[in-house]
Design a protein around this ligand. Sequence first.
Ligand SMILES: [Zn+2]
Length: 312
Amino acid sequence: MGGSEPIRWPGGKSFAFSVFDDTDLATVENVAPVYELLESLGLRTTKSVWAVAGVGQPVIGGATCEDPGYRKWTLGLQAAGFEIGSHGAAPTTAPRDIVVQSLDRFRQIYGQDPSALANHSGCLDSIYWGDARLDGASRLAYNLLTRGRRRGEFRGHREGDPLFWGDLCQSRVRYVRNFTYADIDTLASCPAMPYHDPHRPYVRAWFASSEGRDVDAFTACVSEQNQDRLEAAGSACIMYTHFASGFARDGTVDRRFRVLMERLAAKNGWFVPVSTLLDHIVAERGIAVMDAAERRGMEHRWLRSKIRVGYS
Ligand SMILES: [Zn+2]
């Protein structure tokens, strides 16, 4: 089991920082100013996309790669060193044929399969999501907490189901995001990441993230004090956010976000996309295999923060 050895970051960097941007509600207009700022500060992060629009009306949508202007803009991000990740096949529930179509389209556009993926909670093809994220007593607690609304709802991992695509996830995606924690120090909340969970074999390796769902949550998590603590610990942070949620208005980036990012970027951090960060940890110590006791601890910590503030 990994996690006890401190990670040495490349190039003498003292800590690592990344962001996984969930593409909910994103358009070129509402997120491009955020990426201009990150690029100018030398930060490279991960922007997720939906490669196809899918079928039907999404509950929570946003631009997809079927929009030529948006697609071109994301290709520009990729050329500038940002990672393009996946937020699942489409903003709507995708049966297997659409998943295949979307993965192939992603490869055609970006030249490779998505290496990092986060489930979209509006899609029933999400993999090991809802109560399937948890085992045993934690699953019971979760179903009580959510009044059973999500029991068995998500089926991407369920063999024989029309929404099954687990085998494709296993062969084409390297990292999937799981639990989100309150603290900026993601690696301290989940010391084993990226880890393989034998109970969830269709995901090769899971990663955790830190809570920054909108501009208020994000700026609270990357406060001056927390930045300094992350740096002092020599640890790693992967923020999970939606850059379409209040980070830029009318083309102007939120002032507090900008000031905090400028401050962070001035530090001796390794500011790389999620997969680059995780690949480095894997190169240092391999992919950890989660045992039952460690998994229970992680689930409990996550449930506690979920009960407190409703983290996803
Ligand atoms: Zn989403």
